[in-house]
Write a protein of this length. Structure first.
Length: 411
């Protein structure tokens, strides 16, 4: 476009910015369900007392959704430690080593240093356990209950003149985070050669065709990987959602001894890089009877173990806002535990449940690290298919760069 400013994605700042963009939906999904369950009477009472909108935001709204914010920040920090794809694509060319790329090198040496990779994972588990304990200490000091026996309807705050400023921020965010990357993917998918000489070349329709899609649908392996990905995502979302709800209910709604330890243990897997989880499941199941290795189910089990903490935290933020008096009233009326959960807890925690299962499905269909050591030619998923294609393209690009000049026509 003729703009002299450039954003260097192959740098530490570039990695940080892209990671921040990548994990913003995490915090959004957590806080959105918490905001939907918050009684607007609390904010209305503050407004009647003469508090300004800014003061209400920092004294009422933010404190009440603190569990969601803290959970989102914790997961964003810890999950980022185990991501392989972004550092491999952007950090490796800039010689910026991170933990996951280091572990991948350890598992690709000859002989592979699996024990060293496992020792690094143990260190991450200790760090995660400390962060979860710190989160519990912060949250347990206050009460965040906003859903009680009194019915309410979520309120809408009038922003006045600030609505133009917030609208501008929303539009800028959507353009930078959603629109531009999506357009880049569309251009790359339909353009014959990914070489753009000028803006006029970008809008030249002769440079676009369906050749890449024709090759895709002519490849049985690619079609099979799409089907496998949908199957794994659905299985992971359903089974993982049920298990996460059971753990979340046990931790937040019961007085069971040891529930704090259950919470810490269930969160620790989020700190284990996907590569290490893949190696662990490879060791655990390759020699056991039953034929689980080499099937869709071992991928689903690895994804459930990998992303169970994400769903538990998403569900816990909703359960923390539900007062126990509602369940007690149901028990007095003669309903048992299952009936109370079905009629009281699940309807009230529905935003968190849907958000958790949706998040689990999305995380499962794009997970790469856990599946690298577990997939076969019959169980390949889209992430592994894309990874194979990307590595081949990057290798070809490096070979061409040895002799191709920037001013040449597309190679």
């Amino acid at each position: 476009m003729g703009i002299s400013w450039r954003f260097n994605a192959y740098s530490m700042i570039g990695l940080i910015v892209i990671f921040g963009i990548y994990y913003a939906p995490y915090v959004y999904m957590f806080t959105a369900s918490a905001l939907r369950n918050m009684d607007p009477a609390l904010e209305e009472a503050a407004e009647v007392s003469g508090a300004t909108a800014v003061r209400i935001l920092f004294t009422i709204t933010f404190p009440l959704i603190a569990p969601a914010i803290i959970s989102g920040m914790l997961l964003s920090f810890v999950v980022m430690l185990g991501i392989y794809g972004i550092p491999a694509v952007l950090g490796a060319p800039a010689d910026i080593p991170v933990l996951t790329t280091y572990i991948f090198k350890l598992t690709n040496w000859s002989p592979p240093l699996y024990s060293t990779a496992a020792s690094v994972a143990i260190i991450l588990m200790v760090v995660t356990g400390f962060l979860v304990w710190l989160q519990q200490r912060v949250i347990s000091a206050r009460s965040y209950i906003t859903v009680a026996g009194k019915a309410f309807r979520p309120g809408v705050m009038k922003l006045g003149r600030w609505r133009y400023f917030t609208l501008a921020l929303a539009i800028i965010y959507l353009v930078v985070v959603v629109v531009l990357p999506t357009l880049a993917l569309i251009v790359a998918a339909f353009r014959k050669f990914l070489f753009i000489r000028s803006v006029e070349s970008l809008i030249d329709l002769k440079q676009y065709s369906l050749i890449h899609f024709e090759r895709l649908f002519d490849n049985p392996l690619a079609l099979r990987s799409i089907v496998n990905t949908m199957e794994v995502g659905f299985i992971t979302a359903v089974i993982g959602g049920v298990l996460a709800f059971a753990i979340g209910y046990t931790v937040n709604r019961t007085n069971l001894r040891g529930r704090g330890a259950i919470n810490v243990i269930s969160t620790i897997p989020v700190a284990i890089p996907g590569l290490v989880i893949g190696v662990a499941y490879l060791w655990a199941w390759i020699g056991l009877p039953g034929g689980l290795y080499g099937t869709i189910w071992i991928l689903a089990l690895a994804f459930i173990a990998r992303f169970m903490p994400d769903t538990i935290k998403a569900l816990s933020t909703s359960m923390l806002q539900i007062h126990k008096e509602l369940e007690e009233a149901s028990w007095i009326c003669g309903k048992g535990l299952v009936g109370t959960i079905r009629l009281i807890v699940l309807p009230l925690a529905r935003p968190g449940v849907i958000a958790a299962m949706t998040l689990l499905f999305v995380l499962a269909i794009r997970e790469l690290g856990s599946s690298l050591f577990l997939y076969t030619s019959d169980t390949m998923v889209m992430a592994c298919c894309c990874s194979t294609t990307t590595r081949a393209a990057m290798s070809a690009s490096r070979r061409r760069s040895a002799w191709c000049r920037p001013c040449c026509s597309p190679c």
